[in-house]
Write a protein that binds this ligand. Structure first.
Ligand SMILES: [Zn+2]
Length: 297
């Protein structure tokens, strides 16, 4: 079932204009409309599958984040990059935690690789993951119980010094409720680390409807620094900065190229990814994906 939002999830106003019609290239090939709020500029998929029916849109063999196969060049590159990315993420959370206790919650932890990396570095870790199979896999990998969602009473207020959401917030139906729960669970000096695609990115402008960062209908929102910031501010946070995710521009360009032309063109994708990063450096860190560093106001 589709549900139609009548109020902007960021500013609450009710006037939207159609922005783009995009296709679900990975699972159903269905088309979805992205609207833009005429007041605050927020872009979101509307109408969208409701919470009870979104599961069908995740049924794909192509979701390599859920598998561990090393076949093929792209998967090999993916694994090398993933291991480097894991180390980069660990370095970041170690910087952010300072002298506080190392207690981390990873929301949407997937197969648990990031949790494992942190655990091996001495962090006390907990994760949540909605998909039952993936959750079971993660529990086995990390050797801890993984929760289905963050509203469990197993988590205590202010329990965590760092909460991470790596490419998760754009999938969450209930934004305010979720962000308010983050406020409860995070310690007063703690840090939220929120990574999402950035609809301001250069490739988003170039590829338009075939930009892989839109990934409808799984991506319910298409954040930018100008729209994510007020969303967190109204829920008691302040956004301190946003940081680049350099590799995402290459990966997203590769997929976008395929959606646009129907076939892979790796050299072109690499060039586009590089261009996008160069452009972002000169345009207020508007990289393909960005990591927001957020603290309580
Ligand atoms: Zn708005």
């Amino acid at each position: 079932m589709l549900e139609t939002l009548t109020q902007c999830p960021v500013c609450g106003k009710d006037e939207f204009k159609d922005f783009l019609t995009c296709q679900d290239y990975t699972v159903t090939q269905e088309k979805f409309t992205i609207v833009q709020c005429t007041n605050c500029g927020f872009k979101f998929t509307n109408p969208r599958p409701d919470e009870a029916h979104i599961g069908a849109y995740y049924q794909s063999e192509d979701y390599i984040s859920h598998s561990n196969t090393k076949k093929g060049l792209i998967n090999r590159v993916y694994h090398v990059v993933r291991n480097r990315a894991l180390k980069g993420k660990l370095k970041l959370v170690n910087q952010l935690v300072g002298q506080q206790p190392k207690k981390l919650l990873d929301i949407g932890c997937g197969t648990g690789f990031f949790l494992n990396t942190c655990k091996a570095d001495g962090w006390e870790v907990i994760g949540s993951e909605p998909d039952p199979k993936t959750r079971a896999f993660a529990a086995e990998q990390v050797g801890i119980e993984i929760q289905q969602d963050i509203f469990t009473d197993k988590f205590r207020p202010e329990q965590f010094s760092v909460i991470t959401m790596w490419h998760v917030l754009e999938h969450v139906h209930q934004l305010d409720k979720t962000i308010q729960r983050l406020h409860e669970l995070l310690s007063d000096q703690g840090t939220l680390v929120i990574a999402v695609p950035n609809a301001n990115a250069q490739e988003a402008q170039k590829f338009e409807a075939t930009w892989a960062g839109y990934d409808v209908p799984r991506h319910l929102y298409h954040f930018t620094p100008e729209t994510l910031t007020p969303l967190f501010e109204k829920n008691g946070f302040q956004v301190q900065k946003h940081l680049p995710m350099y590799f995402d521009s290459y990966y997203i360009s590769m997929l976008s190229q395929k959606y646009k032309t129907g076939k892979n063109n790796y050299p072109k994708a690499v060039l586009q990814g590089w261009n996008s990063n160069q452009w972002a450096k000169k345009h207020d860190n508007n990289y393909s994906s960005v990591i927001y560093i957020i603290r309580k106001a």
